[in-house]
Design a protein around this ligand. Structure first.
Ligand code: TRP
Length: 345
């Protein structure tokens, strides 16, 4: 059953009753500038317009082999970093997926409403089967079902997704509709949410590829926790072209990427950027981009360092959020078990 996710435009003014939004992010190593400008920064903007539930997707992370200590550390660090970016635990719910058992409970039920064939078609599964050929585990295969459970558990209206997760959102919609068709309306069928100003950040050394921390070339990506001097240095070695003129155009992937990043950091549009660097060389431009990124990340670094040393606060935040999340989730999972015919404590 094919079914294309609708997209919802960002609201111009605050709706009366806020729509529910769910998103999660995997704690697989340190987030990059791409993760920040492409997703995390938008979470912060969304928390006023939507009723937001965010989670670290640590159950998804174990579909590839993890060192337990490092996973735990990455999970706590990511949590602190996202708080440092401005996610306010008083405004929204933000917890670790593993803290709310209903995710896995719903995932099992939904897996019986998901076909082998449709999971086999998932491009991420096919890709990961190649990159992790020694560990094509069942969890890697049923990954989209757990993701559907995350979303459907909270009756989310919208899910902000990048291109790589769109197929997973479509399968979540299919599963929701199938279940609703069988048992009557149980789940909200979620829409994809394409945020207004969301930058797609490309590699600094191969600007036709997405910025990725798994690249072998450390100069190709900026980590959110990179020191300012490192950031400036990496931008200085960014790949450009031989034209030596700053403007947005075809065949200028490197410069286009730097313009996107500069625009995302400063709020300037391309025309204004062109004007600013008219008659100047790429050296000046690359320095300016590096410095803009470094100063955008500076307050986040500062807050992150404070938060990461306050373990008690972080734990309290995630626990309080998890309790709220579990309360909402319970309503859904109780309803689902009853409909399917499963006794529950
Ligand atoms: N799979 C998503 C990713 O890797 C993370 C994720 C898990 C997610 N559950 C989700 C995203 C639910 C949106 C909604 O990016």
């Amino acid at each position: 059953m094919e079914n294309t996710a609708k997209t919802t435009a960002a609201p111009e003014s605050k709706p009366e009753k806020k729509k529910k939004l769910f998103s999660a992010i995997q704690p697989s190593g340190e987030p990059t500038l791409g993760n920040y400008l492409g997703a995390i920064r938008n979470y912060v903007a969304l928390q006023d317009d939507f009723d937001c539930v965010f989670a670290t997707a640590n159950l998804h992370a174990i579909t590839v082999r993890q060192d337990p200590k490092i996973l735990m550390q990455n999970t706590h660090n990511l949590y602190a970093l996202i708080l440092a970016c401005g996610i306010d635990p008083k405004k929204c719910i933000f917890y670790h997926q593993s803290m709310v058992a209903a995710h896995t409970e719903l995932s099992w039920v939904l897996s019986t409403f998901t076909q082998f064939g449709e999971l086999s078609r998932m491009t991420q599964f096919k890709d990961k089967s190649k990159t992790h050929a020694d560990n094509i585990n069942a969890g890697l295969f049923t990954y989209p079902v757990l993701m559907a459970a995350d979303i459907l558990l909270y009756q989310a209206d919208v899910v902000p997704v990048g291109a790589d997760q769109k197929q997973h959102l479509e399968i979540a919609r299919d599963i929701a509709e199938r279940f609703n068709g069988n048992f009557g309306k149980t789940f909200v069928v979620p829409d994809a949410y394409i945020p207004k100003n969301c930058a797609r950040v490309m590699s600094l050394t191969e600007p036709n590829k997405k910025m990725s921390k798994s690249s072998d070339n450390k100069k190709s990506f900026i980590l959110m926790t990179d020191e300012p001097s490192v950031i400036v240095k990496k931008f200085r070695s960014a790949v450009t072209d031989s034209e030596a003129r700053v403007y947005y155009g075809e065949g200028k992937d490197g410069i286009n990427n730097l313009m996107d990043i500069y625009s995302a950091c400063t709020g300037l549009n391309f025309e204004q950027i062109e004007a600013e660097f008219e008659g100047k060389g790429y050296g000046d431009f690359k320095n300016a981009v590096g410095e803009a990124v470094a100063s955008l990340l500076e307050p986040i670094h500062k807050r992150y360092k404070e938060l990461i040393s306050d373990k008690a606060y972080l734990e309290q935040c995630s626990r309080e959020s998890a309790e709220k999340a579990a309360y909402i989730a319970k309503r859904t999972i109780d309803k689902v078990y009853k409909k399917v015919g499963l006794p529950r404590m």
